[in-house]
Design a protein around this ligand. Structure first.
Ligand code: ATR
Length: 288
């Protein structure tokens, strides 16, 4: 039996265990997915311990994604390095004998939040990303993953953030790290003009979580947009309600969660992820 899991602090209400175990059942993989909550200063020891114990793979969540990307033992792929955050560790093929801390780069790190956003927009929103113009609201961890993912997939990216300097820094990093990328940054007051010309809009802030507020003025929305809200509690945020009322195509945050999990499953098992079964399990737990 293979053991997969999630490290974060806290991890109590994670939807990943039912989503991944539904995938193992659907494809007949003999595996379990469990949660681990190391102390905030113990993530390096936790990752090395998991490796030594033969854990097959770990997802990584708040507050550890940046710390894990910086561990000597972790070889982050190009996009995860550029984002500066890892949410998926693959220990496969890493036979552990003795002093694992000496084996630099024996664990590979990915950032499937990047793929999650792009796949959600493509597969649920029907968006064609290459050649599109995308507005990303937010420049925190989620905003970085979404901005890099969209630029890597060929979109022109505009990042709007409450703290404008974080948006301009992120746009500069995207242009520096992604070949042929075009990106710009601004404050939230840029949203109206940018969204008017955009094909894709993503909310990557926490605005709308647990409260009926939106970071995007309703009047800026239009029917030619595909709108993804990374917030999934509630599933129907005010932004998505406003977007539907404007005739836009809407994609809720559970699709991004699903596709980041599906991409992790693919990295770990090499199999096509059973997204239907994973989605059913996710939605059942979100409704619970
Ligand atoms: P995450 O990893 O979830 O992205 P984060 O790194 O703390 O979390 O980033 C939170 C994002 O939500 C940031 O873009 C933040 O804007 P600032 O960079 O200005 O802090 C944004 N955010 C949080 N609360 C907000 C609010 N009330 N209005 C607008 N933006 C907000």
């Amino acid at each position: 039996m293979d053991v997969y899991g999630l490290i974060g602090n806290p991890v109590g209400h994670s939807l990943s265990p039912p989503m991944h175990e539904a995938a193992y059942d659907a494809v007949g993989v003999d595996a379990r997915y469990v949660t681990f909550e190391p102390a905030v200063d113990a993530v390096g020891a936790a990752v090395e311990g998991a490796d030594a114990l033969g854990v097959a793979g770990l997802n990584v969540t708040v507050p550890f994604k940046r710390d894990v990307a910086a561990l000597d033992a972790v070889r982050a792929d190009a996009l995860a390095s550029a984002v500066g955050a890892v949410n998926t560790l693959d220990f496969a093929g890493d036979a552990v004998t003795g002093h694992n801390t000496d084996v630099e780069g024996s664990i590979t790190g990915h950032n499937t939040d990047v793929e999650g956003a792009v796949r959600a927009l493509r597969e649920q929103g029907g968006a064609s990303i290459a050649g599109s113009t995308a507005v990303v609201v937010g420049a925190g961890g989620a905003g970085r993953a979404v901005a890099f993912g969209l630029a890597d997939a060929g979109a022109v990216v505009r990042v709007a953030n409450r703290t404008e300097s974080r948006a301009t820094d992120l746009a500069a990093a995207v242009e520096r790290e992604v070949d042929d990328a075009t990106a710009s940054g601004g404050g939230l007051d840029a949203i109206d003009a940018w969204v008017a010309d955009a094909d894709v809009l993503v909310n990557a802030t926490s605005v709308g979580m647990e409260a009926d507020v939106t970071p995007v003025p309703a009047g800026a929305l239009h029917a030619d947009l595909v709108v993804l809200d990374a917030v999934y509690a509630p599933l129907e945020t005010r932004l998505l309600r406003d977007a539907a009322a404007a005739g836009a195509t809407t994609v809720d945050g559970a699709w991004m969660l699903l596709h980041q999990g599906a991409a992790a499953f693919e990295h770990w098992t090499g199999e096509d992820p059973p997204v239907g079964a994973m989605n059913d399990a996710l939605r059942a737990h979100l409704d619970a």
